[in-house]
Design a protein around this ligand. Structure first.
Ligand SMILES: *[C@@H]1O[C@H](CO)[C@@H](O)[C@H](O)[C@H]1NC(C)=O
Ligand SMILES: *[C@@H]1O[C@H](CO)[C@@H](O)[C@H](O)[C@H]1NC(C)=O
Ligand SMILES: CC(=O)N[C@H]1CO[C@H](CO)[C@@H](O)[C@@H]1O
Length: 650
């Protein structure tokens, strides 16, 4: 091909040109190689190739023909084959099946001079792995101590063939590992691995483990030595289907690798901590100044160290997640399949938050925050938005955040979509709506719900109202708009005409499903709550009179209560007309009769009575504006599956 299409995996553009989809060139490895070039490797119809692509200033891509070379060992043959790679200081670190038959799984480093990898056919090192993620993380300021971490799943190796359980692993090597001199030539001399745990405690004391890693996201922080690691897991249990997100801190990862080695006399024995003497330098450590500088490279390590690391690649302690449990859990039967995760760190007025973007099997991206309550040791999930990214349901295969552009790039087999990280104006035009949304990107600036910037980013910022942790709109928004008691500023006024003995609906739909609706009838000077009975029913669409009576006439107030915030949505004046008086009257004549000569009000009345279906659609669209692609759904709280579902009904 004269050009390798972007962006990354899996790419189907060329399927249209080929009779068989397998023969397309799927780009499986794509990295920024240097300031001017990208490195891309594709399956090339079971004939992997790599090439450099020049990136022009104006965004055009040009394949360097002379740079095309074999991609064997750098790209799988089959586009369905799992692969992960990361490029650091010109070196490519990659986990993949290197051969056509997918017998040889390896974690490798490639550069122009050398090729270092895991041992072939060593099931202790890798056993039917599925590669998910990889990242280079420094340990300290000595670059020779940098470690490469690989995230993958593999089968347990207990008693050959009996235990086929899948475990999630984090494995690591020294970035500067050159292998051994006499043994372990071109093989890692520092490869170690341990288990990543993501589980919930069961009522019977048996934990449910989420062992199948689906995706991993490494959130870089200012301290590059301590990124936060987010794992999206599923469970393969026969009785229970679910997903979980667990967060890991580097302290805990390092503690596991600095802990005891696991040891087993024979494959059918249990793992125990290795109690014998551990050789020096400690197996798995790097040849660096920090480690004493006694070895200029791994080729100088004593054979004893290499032999030990070869026979004890597993650590005894697993890595436990933050708070010892998932931050997000989805265990509802028939719930959504979750496929991808990306995380943005957002500074809000009351601290910083992790906004999780979770891709599903049906083209949706869930935007969620999780809030840990130290006092109760509980985690609250708040679903902020549900973004239908593609119109057709396809699994999300990639989510990339651009902090610079404040955009999300979402990939699936059908294409790539660009979605804004936040669209604060969709939360409504009032302070309370903005606060109750609890979106850390958004705050009430006195006029609109708009992007929140921490103090100092822009000078002369107005006071911003935001409360992500509690969504306490009463405290924040009172004084801006007094909405309790007898004052109803901002509430819509409406007239409704009912015909005696016929049914009448006083329409009032809250913006959020979590809000509780209350109805009052004004009986000067007080008001009375409408309780509802067999004749008057409180429905989700409003107050329904099955057979309205003349005594029902009056002023009705529709209020919602959410997080203690009372919001008056509507004041309706209900007029009840005697059935017999209507006979033989044309509606305009009738209105004139009761004193509504005003033509605008007549039109309104017309619309309400005769065109009510149309009108309802108009008001609904305010909550669900179509996106650049697909649609953006409203907000909600708690479990993603109890999220409000505002549907487009036109
Ligand atoms: C980037 O790499 C390409 C391919 O090796 C090379 O031709 C180019 O000169 C490099 N650019 C810079 C700025 O080093
Ligand atoms: C890679 O190595 C080959 C042979 O040793 C050499 O000809 C080539 O210039 C090297 N390429 C780079 C980018 O260093
Ligand atoms: C105006 C109107 O809709 N009137 C109806 C009220 O209900 C009675 C019986 O339920 C109907 O016969 C009327 O047509």
């Amino acid at each position: 091909p004269s050009s390798i299409p972007l962006p990354s995996p899996p790419l189907l553009l060329s399927t249209f040109l080929h009779p068989s989809p397998e023969c397309a060139n799927y780009i499986k490895v794509l990295h920024r190689y240097n300031t001017t070039h990208l490195l891309a490797c594709g399956t090339g119809a079971f004939n992997p190739h790599c090439a450099k692509i020049r990136v022009g200033h104006t965004g055009q891509f040009e394949l360097e023909e002379q740079s095309i070379e074999s991609g064997r060992g750098r790209c799988p043959y089959d586009h369905n084959s799992p692969v992960t790679s990361t490029l650091d200081r010109g070196e490519l670190y990659i986990g993949l099946y290197t051969d056509y038959w997918e017998n040889d799984a390896a974690l490798c480093r490639l550069n122009n001079q050398s090729y270092t990898r895991t041992e072939r056919d060593d099931r202790q090192q890798l056993n039917e792995p599925k590669f998910i993620g990889s990242v280079v993380i420094p340990d300290n300021n000595d670059r020779d101590d940098d470690k490469v971490y690989f995230f993958f799943t593999e089968r347990g190796t207990d008693a050959e063939g009996v235990n086929k359980a899948v475990y999630t692993r984090v494995g690591r090597v020294c970035a500067n590992d050159q292998g051994g001199q006499r043994m372990l030539v071109n093989r890692w001399s520092s490869f170690l691995k341990t288990r990543l745990i993501c589980s919930v405690a069961g009522p019977n004391g048996i934990d449910t483990h989420f062992d199948e890693l689906e995706d991993v996201f490494v959130l870089k922080t200012k301290d590059e030595k301590n990124p936060e690691i987010f794992g999206l897991f599923s469970t393969t249990s026969a009785v229970f289907q679910g997903y979980a997100v667990c967060v890991y801190h580097m302290d805990d990862v390092r503690a596991a690798f600095n802990g005891q080695f696991a040891h087993r006399e024979r494959p059918e024995h249990h793992w125990t901590p290795y109690e014998g003497r551990v050789p020096y330098p400690r197996p798995g450590s790097c040849a660096s100044e920090v480690n004493g500088g006694g070895f200029s490279g791994s080729k100088e390590f004593p054979d004893e160290v290499l032999r030990f690391v070869r026979s004890h690649p597993v650590m005894f302690s697993p890595v436990l997640p933050l708070h010892r449990r998932p931050v997000l859990l989805q265990t509802e039967p028939g719930g959504r399949r979750l496929t991808q995760i990306a995380v943005d760190r957002v500074q809000a007025q009351d601290g910083h938050y992790h906004v999780l973007y979770i891709g599903t099997g049906d083209s949706v991206v869930l935007k969620v925050i999780t809030i840990y309550n130290k006092d109760t040791d509980t985690i609250e999930e708040v679903l902020l938005e549900e973004l239908q990214v593609f119109k057709v349901p396809f699994p999300i295969t990639e989510i990339i955040i651009s902090a610079k552009r404040q955009q999300l790039y979402v990939g699936s087999e059908v294409g790539v979509a660009q979605v804004r990280l936040h669209q604060c104006d969709l939360y409504g035009s009032e302070c309370a709506d903005c606060c109750l949304a609890r979106d850390p990107y958004c705050a009430w600036d006195g006029i609109t719900c708009s992007r929140y910037y921490p103090a100092g980013v822009y000078t002369k910022r107005r006071f911003r109202r935001q409360d992500v942790r509690h969504g306490n709109a009463v405290q924040l928004c009172n004084g801006l708009q007094i909405d309790v008691g007898e004052q109803y500023q901002g509430a819509a006024e409406r007239q409704v005409y009912g015909v005696e003995s016929n049914s009448t609906l006083l329409e009032c739909t809250p913006r959020s499903l979590q809000a509780r609706v209350m109805w009052y009838i004004q009986r000067d000077p007080d008001r009375e709550e409408v309780g509802g009975d067999e004749r008057v029913v409180i429905t989700t669409h409003g107050l329904l009179f099955l057979r309205v009576r003349s005594g029902d006439a009056g002023v009705y107030v529709c209020q919602t209560v959410e997080h203690g915030y009372v919001h008056t949505l509507l004041r309706v004046t209900l007029h009840v007309l005697g059935g017999s008086r209507l006979q033989g009257l044309w509606y305009k004549e009738f209105l004139q009769l009761i004193g509504y000569g005003d033509s605008q009000q007549v039109e309104e009345y017309c619309e309400r009575v005769w065109c009510s279906g149309k009108r309802r659609r108009k008001t609904k669209r305010r909550y669900t504006q179509p996106m650049e692609v697909g649609e953006r759904k409203g907000r909600g709280k708690g479990d993603p599956h109890r999220a409000p579902r505002h549907t487009l009904d036109n």
